[in-house]
Write a new protein. Structure first.
Lengths: 278, 266
């Protein structure tokens, strides 16, 4: 598997009221093709700033961001980078441009200058892949939050990206909308082999990831498989982050002297381990 | 209240007029506006009225709907009628103290009222039969030739599309803010005009701030989707002028020619 995204010593600072603020401190990460990476951290931890670097919406103050071999600093490649690394934002209302669903999905391909017959084909494909084909002629403001966010994802998919960057796409949704969006993302990752970088503060959404990255104060402080990361319950809690409930329970049981592994992430796993206890 | 305004609403029926290219309909509407000002006598207004009624009939839009569109304007129409009756100089028909009704005044007043009513009917027919997107596309296409002299055709169309897209979003937001402020004791309904206008401040400030924030986020989302202006941009749906469009334009040109002729004869 090749590298999809590499960042080398990425630094970013900006001025706020004459004061220098360091938003990203020396972030070096590698994301492989087809990987499902979840980034967690609270507000102000730099995770959104990091995401905006991955498709050249922000430029590093120093260091490099390489997207599929292209450096985002190269001004001639900016549009290519944005096509490769598509981005979905938090508020579904503020990223839908057109008054009809299919027109909105067509917005990206139209910007790329793709011939109209090909656009029609792509729009249909993209809407099918997020399971929203029946809504193609509807007005976006009549849809639910989860549906709107799926339209936003379709709008990016229609540009045929290799990588999908989602900046807290579920933060404004109700639980059922959240489930819709998460299932869509997972399916795109598995079936269409699209690399996913998912930023969230819902720990449950990180459980199925290939890799979890925890950011705090502009730095990567933990990185590993969900099991590796969430088993460090005390460290995460000291950062003010939650862990999945089941992992929390496992940790409490261990403290009580019960011999079960600390990296349990799902209810099924917990049931299995508990039943195997002697 | 907002529901009563039919201007700007779209009423799809799939009729022949709905299927016409937006450009044809925009040009046609302009021709109707021009024709109303070319017309000088009863036959010419009759002709324009006949043309508009024919269009309404073909469009299959309920007549009631069209009449409803004129209703909010009835005060303006009546006022125009009265002003014209009393203010025009000429042969005196009737004396009402200081006010004088003249033959010319009555004639002018009736024509003015008819002109206004037909104007509203003609223009609302455009929006009733054309979806907002087709309309903006039509405007963009019509303005394209003027790009060379610096008319930002694509940008204008994009602005209109986004405005249309955000009308429901902002209406919903207004409603939410209003309820939130009412829950905290804001009063939007009582008092005189000045105190009511003052009462709108706590509504407008958050609304504007949120609109600016939305604009900022939308701009970023558009850039992330590779938007870089109208150059090299393609469209999913390409508007095409068909035979029926050219025939319609021909009919409108004929109407205008007859009206010019009538004016010259009068």
């Amino acid at each position: 598997m090749g590298q999809m995204i590499t960042t080398n010593n990425l630094m970013y600072h900006y001025k706020n009221n004459e004061k220098e603020v360091l938003a990203l401190k020396d972030v070096s990460l590698h994301v492989k093709e087809g990987e499902f990476v979840v980034i967690i951290g609270h507000n102000g931890s730099g995770k959104s700033t990091f995401a905006k670097h991955l498709n050249a919406l922000l430029m590093p103050s120093s260091g490099d961001v390489i997207v599929k071999g292209l450096n985002t600093k190269d001004e001639n490649k900016v549009w290519e980078v944005r096509q490769i690394a598509g981005m979905v934002f938090q508020n579904p209302d503020n990223q839908i441009v057109a008054t009809i669903v299919e027109e909105d999905v067509a917005f990206g391909p139209e910007n790329l200058g793709i011939p109209s017959e090909e656009i029609v084909r792509r729009v249909e494909e993209a809407l099918k892949s997020v399971d929203m084909l029946d809504f193609r002629h509807k007005a976006p403001h009549l849809l639910s939050g989860g549906q709107k966010q799926r339209i936003a994802i379709a709008g990016v998919i229609a540009m045929r990206p290799d990588c999908l960057i989602l900046d807290e796409p579920t933060a404004m949704l109700d639980p059922s909308g959240r489930r819709e969006v998460i299932n869509t993302i997972k399916r795109l990752n598995k079936e269409e082999n699209i690399t996913v970088i998912h930023i969230t503060h819902f720990m449950e959404e990180a459980v199925d990831a290939d890799r979890v990255i925890v950011m705090e104060d502009g730095e990567v402080i933990l990185e590993g498989t969900p099991g590796e990361v969430f088993s460090q319950v005390d460290k995460l809690k000291s950062l003010g982050l939650d862990v999945p409930q089941v992992t929390d329970l496992a940790n409490l049981l261990i403290k009580e002297g019960i011999d079960i592994p600390s990296d349990i992430l799902t209810v099924d796993e917990m049931v299995m381990k508990l039943c195997q206890l002697k | 209240m907002l529901k009563d305004i039919t201007i700007g609403q779209h009423y799809p029926t799939g009729s022949l007029i709905h299927k016409l290219d937006a450009r044809t309909k925009i040009i046609g509407t302009f021709a109707i506006i021009v024709s109303l000002f070319i017309g000088v006598n009863a036959p010419s207004y009759g002709l324009v009225a006949l043309f508009i009624f024919l269009c309404v009939h073909i469009s299959k839009i309920p007549k009631k709907f069209i009449v409803k569109g004129i209703k909010p304007l009835r005060i303006i129409i009546i006022l125009t009628f009265l002003i014209n009756i009393f203010m025009t100089q000429g042969e005196v028909l009737y004396n009402l103290g200081p006010l004088v009704i003249t033959r010319e005044g009555v004639r002018q007043g009736v024509f003015m009222a008819i002109r206004l009513a037909l104007l509203v009917m003609g223009t609302s027919l455009l929006t009733l039969t054309t979806s907002p997107i087709a309309l903006t596309d039509g405007i963009e296409n019509l303005l394209k030739p003027f790009k060379k002299i610096g008319v930002p055709a694509h940008e204008l169309a994009m602005m209109m599309t986004i405005a249309l897209r955000f009308i429901p979003t902002l209406l919903e937001e207004t409603d939410k803010i209003m309820k939130a402020q009412m829950a905290r004791g804001a009063d939007f309904e009582s008092g005189n005009i000045i105190s009511r206008a003052k009462g709108l401040v706590p509504l407008m400030v958050p609304l504007f701030i949120s609109a600016f924030r939305r604009a900022d986020e939308l701009a970023m989302a558009m850039e992330a989707r590779c938007y870089r202006g109208g150059d090299n941009r393609t469209r999913m749906k390409q508007a095409r002028m068909l035979k029926i469009d050219y025939l319609s334009l021909l009919a409108i040109a004929l109407l205008l020619a007859v009206l010019v002729l009538l004016r010259m004869l009068a």
